[in-house]
Design a protein around this ligand. Structure first.
Ligand SMILES: *Cc1c(COP(=O)(O)O)cnc(C)c1O
Length: 359
């Protein structure tokens, strides 16, 4: 096992204040690739773009980074069960890490709004799943109350152990680039991720590994954009289920991240998200879930508005894997279902369907 990536706790042991007696529950999360995306750099008219592909984590989203630390700490405190409110990916991660730790997981998901792949993960890892007749914000409120009054540990990103694990993505970016990007964009939902990146970059500056912040951009879906509106949104609506959140828990931390890094909040419509989702898979070779296209979609919107800052190196975090919510890839721009053409089982028939002529 000497050459294997050891998961974010063991890789960043000293920077997470871990001691030898603290348990480590890991599935080998982190160490995700920064993938160069020249097609996107051309589209945005910037020097270079790298996609931090968090879909490469064990359960297919960045949530694993925070779940390794949150579940490990919960285990260290004697927890038997963890609870999470989730739009899907948190429940998938909580269920997997709880199982690895030998714990029970309880997940609360909003009824009818969870992507198929994510639900199957929570079930596969034997979470106790309850569909709450309400939205994500209702689920989080209930999960917090359970944590207060019952013997279960909350592992949502309001648990500070989550941000500790998630901040390691900043370390990896600086490790790989050897510098900070000029601008770093990502989707913005409950705002745990942008807060964690801010924390990570703050520590990199303190350690003297970089001298300034990248501008942090958080991009929301138009129908779920409380940071743009400046107030909670009662009935958030978007096809991007992972960021369908009206009342973000880490509101103040996200405001601070934007201010200190001279960053920005932006938004994109569902149509713009789906366009970028398709561009990333068709032009960059990176298949993400629709929510994960938000960072790039928000930058493109501002490029078109003419107010994208002049920058050279851009990192965009693409937060979750396309297989989580694959139905979107099976539809064309007009929403029509794409079906493979049926052909007879001989080369001539296949060649004629492809429009090939004999060479
Ligand atoms: C959780 C999640 C987000 C939103 O992250 P926040 O920390 O809630 O802002 C975005 N994309 C995906 C795929 C997610 O799972």
């Amino acid at each position: 096992m000497a050459n294997q990536w050891r998961g974010v706790i063991r890789e960043y042991y000293d920077r997470l204040n871990w001691s030898d007696s603290d348990p480590v529950v890991t599935l080998g999360e982190g160490g995700t690739p920064l993938i160069d995306a020249p097609a996107l750099a051309t589209l945005l008219d910037v020097g270079e773009v790298y996609l931090k592909f968090e879909g490469m984590n064990p359960t297919g989203s960045f949530k694993d980074r925070g779940m390794t630390t949150a579940v490990s700490r919960a285990l260290g405190r004697g927890a038997k069960a963890v609870v999470a409110a989730s739009t899907g990916n948190t429940s998938a991660a909580a269920a997997a890490y709880a199982t690895k730790a030998g714990m029970q997981s309880v997940v609360l998901v909003p009824s009818g709004k969870i992507a198929y792949g994510k639900l199957s993960q929570a079930i596969a890892h034997k979470a106790q799943i309850l569909q709450v007749k309400g939205n994500f914000d209702d689920c989080l409120r209930i999960a917090r109350e359970l944590d207060e009054k019952y013997p279960v540990f909350l592992v949502n990103s309001v648990n500070p152990d989550r941000l500790q694990g998630q901040k390691t993505a900043s370390f990896e970016i600086v490790d790989v680039l050897g510098k900070q990007p000029d601008l770093h964009a990502m989707p913005l939902g409950n705002a745990g991720n942008i807060s964690a990146y801010h924390l990570g970059y703050t520590e990199e500056i303190k350690e003297g590994r970089i001298s300034k912040f990248p501008k942090l951009w958080g991009v929301q879906a138009e129908g779920a954009a409380p940071f743009i509106k400046g107030a909670p949104v009662q009935k958030p609506e978007t096809i991007a289920t992972a960021i369908r959140i009206g009342n973000p828990a880490s509101w103040d931390l996200a405001q601070q991240a934007k201010k200190e890094t001279e960053g920005n909040f932006a938004f994109a419509s569902d149509k713009e998200l789906l366009w970028m989702h398709r561009f990333l898979s068709q032009e960059c070779g990176v298949f993400v879930e629709p929510s994960s296209a938000a960072g790039a979609a928000g930058l493109l919107k501002h490029k078109k508005l003419g107010d994208l800052p002049k920058v050279d190196t851009v990192v965009i975090t693409v937060t979750g894997h396309g297989l989580k919510d694959p139905d979107w890839a099976l539809k064309d721009e007009k929403g029509r279902k794409i079906r493979p053409k049926r052909v007879n089982a001989n080369a001539a028939s296949v060649a004629s369907s492809l429009g090939l002529e004999k060479s």
